[in-house]
Design a binder for this molecule. Structure first.
Ligand code: CP
Length: 311
């Protein structure tokens, strides 16, 4: 049923593969709580290398926890303590690591397409942990699983993605997957933070006024303002941004009772989301994080079993 060697983007995943990943994640969510001893030795002799060339808390740690819960040997690569400091290239680094007979390489890199390039050079299975503003497939799968586990039907689901869409790899993976699953997408933000290619995409609605969309939506997916990726002053004033697009109590009160507030993290409190909304009963931000470990365990199992079958 699962034939993929790598997980490089939602773009190249079918609806069936998304559901297989969510089912596996759900299985692991139950097993983590009820039968941790059953999974603890599952992949004892397997090796995972986490190669993060960019900072991360959620993705890096949840992969590490997922790998360790499955009994894998885990190595965390640090560029500043590696021979890259002595001038070794990315290609040589990847091929050197791969030559040590590793099973899984998780890569986060600022350059879009780096995990694809790596996958072409290695025998290991590559998982994209976020590449530039291109894709963040495991974050999207975690988010889909979080929605799906609440019994929500994707068909006709009205999702607003709000904020810095231009610099967001998460937004691209969410849009790709949610459209495949049958959801309707509205992109909301300042005109200069919504890229032209997404505006022109079939089935996408665009709004520059958050207050116009609040009453109609089922999911409010808030994005972080990515200060580190802004090469020019896209948002001259944080206070002004919060006033125009920030989600506060007054805005949340305009939404449906069963609306879910989602955010991939890390949040900029009182820039895109008010302090008290982060932990509001409509917010599933920490649930997304919790589901992240189980979803990644599920993906690891799918890839590792596929490697065994292929041997
Ligand atoms: N959501 C996400 O990718 O967070 P990190 O940058 O902390 O991994």
């Amino acid at each position: 049923m699962w034939t993929k060697k790598h997980v490089l983007g939602i773009n190249d995943m079918s609806v069936e593969e998304i559901y297989i990943a969510m089912e596996k994640g759900k299985e692991y969510l139950k097993m983590i709580m009820k039968k941790p001893e059953v999974i603890a030795n599952k992949f004892l002799d397997r090796v995972a290398v986490n190669l993060f060339f960019e900072v991360s808390t959620r993705t890096r740690m949840s992969f590490e926890i997922a790998e360790k819960k499955l009994g894998m040997n885990v190595l965390n690569y640090s560029a500043k303590n590696s021979s890259m400091v002595k001038g070794e290239s990315f290609v040589d680094t990847i091929q050197t690591i791969d030559a040590m007979d590793v099973d899984i390489i998780v890569i986060r890199h600022v350059e879009p397409g780096t995990p694809i390039k790596a996958a072409e050079m290695v025998q290991a299975s590559v998982i994209n942990g976020g590449d530039g503003a291109r894709e963040h497939p495991t974050q999207a799968l975690v988010d889909f699983m979080t929605i799906w586990l609440r019994g929500i039907d994707f068909k006709g689901l009205n999702v607003a993605i709000v904020g810095d869409i231009l610099h967001s790899r998460v937004a691209r993976s969410e849009i790709n997957g949610l459209q495949k699953l049958g959801a309707m997408i509205t992109l909301v933000g300042p005109p200069n933070l919504i890229p032209a290619d997404l505006m022109a995409k079939k089935g996408i609605t665009v709004s520059n006024n958050i207050d116009e969309v609040l009453a109609e939506i089922d999911i409010l997916y808030i994005l972080r303002i990515q200060k580190e990726r802004m090469v020019q002053a896209f948002i001259p004033d944080k206070e002004e941004y919060f006033k125009r697009y920030g989600i506060d109590r007054k805005r949340l009160e305009k939404t449906k009772d069963n609306l879910l507030v989602m955010h991939p993290g890390p949040v900029n409190r009182n820039v895109e989301i008010a302090d008290d909304i982060v932990t509001d009963k409509k917010s599933v931000i920490l649930e997304q994080v919790r589901n992240g470990v189980a979803m990644r365990m599920g993906l690891l199992e799918l890839l590792l079993n596929n490697r065994t079958e292929g041997e």
